[in-house]
Design a protein. Structure first.
Length: 502
């Protein structure tokens, strides 16, 4: 443990005094929360300003301390970060009222991007904040637990993934999933354990065979087994008709070696020992995943007829996959750029360029310059679109959403009574896919009711489940129709009568 820096000590004293008398839902003094956030930020090797902002992150919102106080005592940067985290909290809670906190740019999405992205460290503090809140979620009422857990799965796990913080992503996913669907979680945990037990012996013999070969070639390596996380197994099972026998990477053997050339050598050795499965060799070293993940994967059939996945990577690749660039040098643009130009990283994973773009654009906007907003929109929430209400409130929806998704998102009654939609001033069919930036208005007619044909006109899980509930209530025999209600049903394009009511 290093000695606590005087500035940090001072920040802890200030925050402790400010939160004096406040308690968390766990019953502990409130200050335990910011202190835990600090610990996480330290584990992520963040710079001092970020850590100090972590200590103070809830003071402006929840105590009498002001931004001015913070700026006077800890400087502009810390105040800027605390302000960013405060704004981000507001932006997340409904994404409304952004005007109040952000300069007029005329573009709500940009406002949000500025709120979240002007300095990547804001997002990282928020991530640490959320991680600790998840770790202590047990103290909250069940309703709130589910809401926070769901939001964590939807927003914060993808964020961690984009920052390439694999370990954090997995922790967020596993913790959240336990609250969102406890039964499924336990079920899959048991299933994984059974598989593991069954495969253990055969796995060991495969591992030994590879290890012997590597020793013969004098290759230095580290080997460990990795068990697929419960949440990613859950997601994968959904893709494979719940057939666990089709999932080959529940257990994988991971070899970590010195350099890239050795990775390929080890792959060759494994293939000379066991038969590789067709189409299951993946070179994520030459072609990194979208988030920059690098590794070689191969699935082989061992001599005992066991299917085993191997993952081969260097120490650096492993470190990146687990901790992300944020862990090493990625906390501000300057450091990012210098690490890049000084050749400490050979190439920036292309997925991470969005952060730099975002920071650059936000800086330009702040100084009144024009930016290419299209480019900005691409990255931060790649699987989401943002659309507007006629009043200009931002609503975020999964990509693929249609007007009814929007309607149900506003209110389930608005959904139920929807009789039409106007997008960007034009009346549209309810099957129209919404696009980024659309202004959507829903026409409702009192006493109008949803019909089963709508199941083809909703995309989001949220709208689907609301609609289902309503259909159930008005159509007693609705459960019969349930079996055809699958996303894949979208492919069969049977012409249905339009649903518009007279
Ligand atoms: Mn907090």
């Amino acid at each position: 443990m290093t000695k606590t820096a005087p500035r940090l000590k001072q920040a802890i004293a200030v925050a402790t005094a400010a939160h004096e008398g406040q308690l968390r839902k766990t019953g502990e003094p409130y200050i335990t929360h910011p202190l835990a956030v600090v610990k996480i930020l330290q584990e992520w090797n963040m710079d001092e300003d970020t850590i100090i902002a972590g200590v103070l992150h809830d003071t402006v919102e929840d105590t009498s301390l002001t931004l001015k106080d913070i700026e006077e005592q800890f400087g502009k940067d810390v105040a800027f970060l605390v302000n960013g985290v405060t704004k981000l909290g507001k932006a997340r809670s409904g994404m409304k009222d952004l005007d109040e906190y952000l300069p007029q740019t005329g573009d709500n999405l940009l406002k949000l991007l500025i709120a979240t992205g002007q300095d990547i460290r804001v997002l990282i503090i928020k991530l640490a904040d959320r991680l600790h809140n998840l770790r202590t979620l047990g103290a909250l009422p069940p309703e709130k637990q589910k809401k926070i857990a769901r939001e964590s799965l939807e927003v914060f796990a993808p964020l961690a993934d984009r920052l390439q913080m694999g370990r954090t992503r997995v922790e967020i996913e596993e913790t959240s999933f336990k609250y969102v669907d406890p039964r499924r979680y336990e079920e899959l945990k048991k299933l994984t354990a059974e598989r593991l037990k069954k495969a253990d012996k055969k796995l060991k013999s495969a591992q030994e065979a590879v290890e012997q070969a590597l020793k013969r070639e004098h290759i230095k390596y580290k080997c460990d087994g990795r068990v697929k996380s419960i949440y990613s197994l859950h997601k994968k099972l959904a893709k494979y008709d719940q057939n666990i026998d089709r999932i080959y990477d529940i257990i994988a053997l991971r070899f970590i070696v010195e350099d890239t050339t050795t990775c390929y050598l080890v792959l060759g050795i494994i293939h000379s020992l066991f038969h590789p499965m067709d189409g299951r060799v993946k070179d994520y070293i030459a072609m990194p995943k979208q988030n920059g993940y690098q590794s070689l994967h191969t699935t082989v059939i061992t001599n005992d007829k066991q299917i085993v996945e191997f993952q081969i990577r260097t120490k650096e690749m492993h470190e990146y996959a687990e901790r992300g660039l944020a862990a090493t040098f990625f906390y501000n643009e300057q450091k990012l750029t210098s690490a890049y130009t000084e050749g400490r990283v050979s190439k920036l994973p292309s997925n991470l360029l969005w952060i730099r773009d975002l920071q650059e654009s936000a800086a330009k906007l702040a100084s009144g310059e024009k930016v290419d907003t299209e480019k900005l929109k691409l990255n931060l929430f790649a699987d989401k679109i943002f659309v507007y209400t006629p009043k200009g409130d931002i609503i975020d929806l999964p990509k693929g959403s249609m007007p009814l998704d929007f309607a149900y998102r506003l209110h389930s009654e608005i959904g139920a009574q929807c009789t039409g939609a106007i997008v960007n001033g034009k009346m549209v069919d309810l099957k129209t896919k919404l696009k980024q930036g659309d202004v959507v208005e829903i026409i409702t007619t009192k006493n109008s009711k949803p019909n089963p044909g709508w199941l083809d006109k909703v995309f989001s899980r949220h709208a689907r489940s609301k609609l289902r509930g309503q259909l159930h209530a008005i159509l007693p025999d609705f459960s019969v129709a349930k079996s055809t209600d699958k996303k894949s049903a979208h492919k069969t394009k049977a012409k249905k009568p339009t649903s518009r009511k007279k």
